[in-house]
Write a protein that binds this ligand. Sequence first.
Ligand SMILES: Nc1nc2c(ncn2[C@@H]2O[C@H](COP(=O)(O)OP(=O)(O)OP(=O)(O)O)[C@@H](O)[C@H]2O)c(=O)[nH]1
Ligand SMILES: [Mg+2]
Ligand SMILES: [Zn+2]
Length: 367
Amino acid sequence: MNLIDLGWNDFFEAHFESIDIKDVKPARIAVQQKDRYIVYCEKGELRAEISGKFRHKALSKADYPTVGDWVAVTVKPEGDGAVIQSLLPRKSKFSRKAVLAGGPKYGDGKTEEQVLSANVDSAFIVSGLDGEYNLRRLERYVAVAYDSGTSPVVLLNKSDLCEDVDSVISEVESTVIGVSVHSVSAIIKDSLEILKDYLGKGKTVSFLGSSGVGKSTIINSLLGYQRQRTGEVRDYDGKGRHTTTYRELIVLPEEGILIDTPGMREIEIWGDEEGLSKAFDDIDKLTAQCRFNDCGHGNEPGCAVKEALDKGELDADRYQNYLKLQKELRRLALRKMGKEAHYQKLQGRKFASMVKEVKKLKNFKRK
Ligand SMILES: Nc1nc2c(ncn2[C@@H]2O[C@H](COP(=O)(O)OP(=O)(O)OP(=O)(O)O)[C@@H](O)[C@H]2O)c(=O)[nH]1
Ligand SMILES: [Mg+2]
Ligand SMILES: [Zn+2]
């Protein structure tokens, strides 16, 4: 395998050069299942595991490699496996809020960042045109994609099952303002030609969207053979019936790299308000026009947001969704701070008990 075809570039090269470990080679994570990995490198496909030193240094879940990451590995002498020694910096990362089992170590927050994929250039947000598309969910995905540093592209799949594609496209386009929207059908190969615009040499695209929308079917169609398992759609519940069960990086024979992912109905946002501003640029601009800098868009005079809502220029559901996402992000920010405070408290407690011990000792001496 050629590293350039796998997405290797100057950015990674520069960081790789500075690694001070003997005989390391660059490799890209294709599959991660708990602590077992499959990596692609110049030698081809190898099974890999994390080195003890790596594990020792890792502070949180997010420090471990995930699909799409570039790592430095040493190849075992037998040549059939590799050991991951170091993780190269990420150009982009797609994270979600993961809720952990809890326990004192995690404080009261119980939330942690889970990096789902890394170094992705574009995110294909797939929805089904067979009645399965939800504008609010699309807005959420777009915000998450912006936050992760990738460009979102909306794919409305199963156009063969839809009578009025154009009206759906215009509705979606007026919702995810500024994002490209394409209607495709996984079973009509020509309709997928447009996707090649995003799949240049070394470019990585990740597929996102609910179970059953046809992510794996599109991937098979692009590959030209049935590599990924696809499944009948029974319902769109998204619970317990994912056909694809793990994330996987796939290299196209021509150009480009794809990441297939299991369906996700809801994605819990992880990030800051920057992605939100980008996804809701229209609301951001309105806010800037409000008379007061700290306008709460309630009953303040000269509120541009309220005026746009009253005139119907800003969709009320869109605005509500924006507020909902903003609230989630603010709650998340508080949790992140809370976790920080928890660690400090733990350290503080340690210090207090040390002082106590010293005092005890002094008293003991005096006696
Ligand atoms: N008619 C039609 N059926 C499609 C199209 N794309 C996918 N399907 C069907 O939709 C079903 C689900 O497709 P999958 O590719 O398994 O869906 P997925 O998004 O990968 O689902 P998960 O892996 O569970 O996340 C399969 O039965 C496909 O044959 C399409 O463009 N048109
Ligand atoms: Mg699938
Ligand atoms: Zn206002």
